[in-house]
Write a protein that binds this ligand. Sequence first.
Ligand code: SF4
Length: 229
Amino acid sequence: MIIMLDYDFPPYRPPNEAASALIRASRGCPWNKCLFCTMYKTIKFKTKSIEEVKKDIDKASDIYKGAKTVFIADSDSLVMKDIEEIIQYIRQRFPDIDRLTTYARAKTLMKLGEKRLKKIKKAGLTRVHVGLESGDRQTLDCMQKGETPEEMIAGGKAARDAGLELSFYLLIGAGGKDRLIEHAVESANVCNKVNPDFIRLRTLVVQQGSLLEEKKNSGKYKPTSPIEK
Ligand code: SF4
């Protein structure tokens, strides 16, 4: 346990990265405004220096000897200008891995574009985990996701065209009672247009202390029942 705390250990990762070595290249989320999310609310987004990240990678490679998969945290590390160097260093220190993944915002993928994403893929990244949450514009607005369906499609397609595997996360129940049908139908539309490798369903829970809880308490958001979800 003492060794585990010896480097910047990232607490958040997708469930299927449970067995992965975790490398925290940045801390927090550059957007950090989604109403349903409480993950990084106490952290101001910060990218770490390449020296700091490399030190963590060195320590992690001792801790996770023989790891087959590595996950880069926190929520949008592809915004880092030296991300390719970080990815290449992970590949160097973890020569046995067959999967290297990270979270990414669709808007970031869209801004990076296919050409840059191809370089990132060439450096050794294999998959991006993207929170689509919904394909419905009003639901995305209601949740303060800061992204439109068009940006979700553009970002998702850029990743796919660059040869990266894409995992979309859908937030079941995000539309609430008011956008029950639209949330489902428009989310399917975005998924059909992008054709991601994985569509993972996550059920919305209005978390205590979240901005969504305030919205719910003021009557501006009406959560769905389990059956409606
Ligand atoms: S859901 Fe993702 S983009 Fe939204 S605040 Fe949380 S970490 Fe940031």
